[in-house]
Write a protein that binds this ligand. Structure first.
Ligand code: 13P
Ligand code: SF4
Length: 319
């Protein structure tokens, strides 16, 4: 268990074999465990399905299990409920939020839209159901370019909430967009100074980066993409050393897929553990066990809001 979540650890009998209990309960409850790459390695290892935001959304939509246990953050579990409302959807820790989602309250986005009524609103999936309901299209980091390219060239676009992903998309697609000024607390902290030092110390290393990073980091990258895209690149590429500019959880799968390669997490500017997402890491084996046992905490959504949020997600999935 990381230092980030040791203080709020729930009371679970320490003699319990948590892995065995989780395996027993997932059968009893007919549950599927979906996990994002930023979860702790032990959670990744017992997930039924591991993926990036888009892959997890599809898995949640397509499952025939009765219960979806979402080991990720709130907007991901909420998206699962939007896509598959008849299932019980539980999140091990309901406080597992996201700084990007927090940066963009729906009433503020609605006011911004009023100032720019001719703009189509494209929102990154890292936002609340209420923000999705205000949007014309949703995208994830793996399909964002395709989503922007699908919009007629003369249609002005308002992109929310990630200004770094938005700036990268402007460069990739050549489209001017109005950008909401949200950032990811993990990806905005990486240090260019330390990146340059790492490159000098490891000549031949390749830099792989998530598009939530700032431009100063992205301009050094040999490959930019979603978590699953970074994993595929690191697995298939010939280089033996990679400097990884994203959340540290992904290193678990990179090292498993390529045990002979070296993966160096890019440090933040401050000497902290900031490339651990403080929200993702709220989920623990203990909380996973408890939510499978109690089927709580659940994601519940007002039906009118769910349908309004579903429309732009469906448009994305149809592309
Ligand atoms: P992806 O896994 O879709 O690249 O998303 C990264 C992320 O920040 C999730 O919070
Ligand atoms: Fe949100 Fe960043 Fe954490 Fe992803 S890594 S959940 S974008 S705060």
């Amino acid at each position: 268990m990381s230092a980030l979540n040791v203080l709020d650890a729930p009371a679970v009998d320490p003699s319990l074999d948590l892995e065995a209990e989780i395996n027993r309960l997932r059968k009893e409850q007919n549950a599927v465990i979906l996990a994002h790459y930023y979860q702790e390695g032990e959670i990744q290892d017992l997930a039924d399905f591991l993926g990036d935001s888009l892959q997890l959304s599809r898995a949640a939509r397509d499952t025939d299990a009765d219960v979806i246990v979402f080991c990720g953050v709130h907007f991901m579990a909420e998206t699962a409920k939007i896509l598959n409302p008849d299932k019980i959807v539980v999140l091990p820790d309901l406080n597992a939020g996201c700084s990007l989602a927090d940066s963009c309250p729906a009433p503020a986005l609605a006011r911004f839209k009023e100032l720019h009524p001719d703009h189509a609103v494209v929102s990154y999936i890292n936002c609340s159901a209420a923000v999705k309901a205000e949007s014309d299209l949703i995208c994830t980091s793996s399909n964002a370019r395709r989503v922007i390219d699908s919009i007629p060239a003369d249609q002005p676009i308002l992109f929310a909430p990630d200004r770094n992903l938005g700036a990268w998309l402007q460069e990739q697609t050549g489209r001017e967009m109005l950008l909401w000024q949200g950032t990811c607390v993990v990806h905005e902290t990486f240090s260019e100074r330390k990146l340059i030092k790492l490159l000098a110390d490891h000549p031949g290393a390749k830099v792989i980066a998530h598009p939530e990073c700032e431009d100063v980091i992205l301009r050094h990258a040999h490959h930019i993409g979603s978590t699953s895209s970074l994993l595929t690149f690191a697995t298939d590429d010939d280089a033996d050393t990679f400097i990884v500019a994203t959340e540290s959880g992904i290193l678990h799968q990179m090292r498993k897929a390529s045990p002979d390669k070296t993966f160096l997490p890019l440090p933040p500017e401050a000497g902290c553990a900031c490339n651990d997402c403080p929200y993702m890491k709220l989920n623990t084996m203990e909380k996973l066990y408890l939510c499978l046992r109690d089927l709580e905490p659940r994601i519940e959504l007002d039906e009118e809001l769910r349908l309004a949020a579903l429309a732009p997600i469906d448009r994305m999935l149809d592309l």
